[in-house]
Ligand binder design. Sequence first.
Ligand code: KIV
Ligand code: ZN
Length: 391
Amino acid sequence: MSGDNRIWIFDTTLRDGEQALRASLSQKEKIQLAQAIARLNVDVMEVGFPVSSPGDFDSVQRIAREVKGPIICGLARAVAADIEACGEALKAAERRRIHTFIATSPLHLQYKLRKTLAQATEQAVAAIKLASRYTDDIEFSCEDAGRTPIDDLCWIVERAIAAGATTINIPDTVGYTIPNEFAAIITALRLKVPNIDKARLSVHCHNDLGLAVANSISAIQAGARQVECTVNGIGERAGNCSLEEVAMIINTRKDVMAPLFTDIKTSEIYRSSHLVSQICNMPIQPNKAIVGENAFAHSSGIHQDGMLKAQNTYEIMSPEQVGIRQSELNLTSRSGRHVIQHRLAELGYSQHDYDLEAVYKSFVALADEKGRVFDYDLEALVFFQNLKEAD
Ligand code: KIV
Ligand code: ZN
C-alpha cells in the first residue's frame, strides 16, 4: 500500500493539539474547529480520546454525527474499555477509524507499562481484534517508536497487521530522531516486515528538536504515506508536525516531491490557522512559516524592489495559494523610492501630486524615528509637503 502517491493528511489538532492547551475547549468551539479542518479537506481527523472524560466522549460523538467529509477517528489505549468507548462514540460517523496504541520502547515498557515486548504485543493484538468489531479501519501506533530497536518494532508491527491493523503509525513521540535516522526506520520496516504492504504506513512526529516537519518529509520520501499533524503545529511540549508546512512543502517543491501530492485545499490554510490560534488562545509567532504575520512581508529595500519587478524574486509561493490576499511591503528606513512611489500610487496619488525627493527625505527621517511607517503616515507626509510648497 505504500506504493501510491497520495499522502494522506491525518489531522490531530483536536486530540494531540487540544490536550496541550491551557484551557480545554467547549463543545461548540470543537465543532467550529472540526468544520474548519474538514474544509481543509484532510483525509482523517482525530477528534478526541473518548474514554478520557464524558465531555470528550460527547464531543467526539457530536463531531461524528455532524462533520462530513474526512474519516473521523478517536484515540484508544490498547485496553477494552477505551476501544469500546471509542467504538460507541464514533458510531454515527459516515466513515470511522479507531486509533489504538501501546508503547514499544524499552524505556516505556520497563518503567511505564512494566511489561515485556511480547506482553505488549499480545495486548495490542487483542485490542486490534476488539476494534474490528466496530470498524474495519484500524490504526495501530507504537508509542515511542523513535526510541524502539528496529527488530522490536518490526516484530510488533508484523503482528499488528496480521491482527487486522490497516494503518501502522510510527510516532517519534518525544521528537528525538533526526531526518536520516527516521527515514531509515521507515525503510527498514518496508524491507523487513513481510506483510507491510497490507497497511498504510504513517508517521507522527513531535517537535522537541524542531525537526517534526523535516522528519515527516524524510519519512514520506522513504515510503510513508500518511502524515499526522496539527494546524499551526500545536501539541504536547514543543508541538507536533505542522499541517500547513507539510502541505506547502509537497505543493511548492513539486520538482523534488512529485509524484507525491496531498488533497489539502491550501487556500483554506490561513483561515483555519487563524481560527485555531484564536479559539485555542495560542498566538502565532510572526516569523512562523506559511501563516505568520511576516511570512509574506518584505522589509528590505532590495527585496521590495525585487518584488516590484517579479514576485518570485523573493517569494517561493504566492500568498493567494494559502488564502492570504496579498504580500506586504513594509515601509521602513530600508525602503527605497521605488516602493514609496508604488505605495502612493496604490493610495491614489499620481506622480504629479507630490515631489518624490522631498517626500522620500521626510519619509526616511520619520522611518528612522519610528521604525515602521504606515499608509496614514505617508499620506500625512504628502499633505504637509504640499502645504509647505503652497506657503
Ligand atoms: O506522540 C504519540 O506517540 C502519540 C500517540 C498516541 C500516537 O500521540
Ligand atoms: Zn503525539
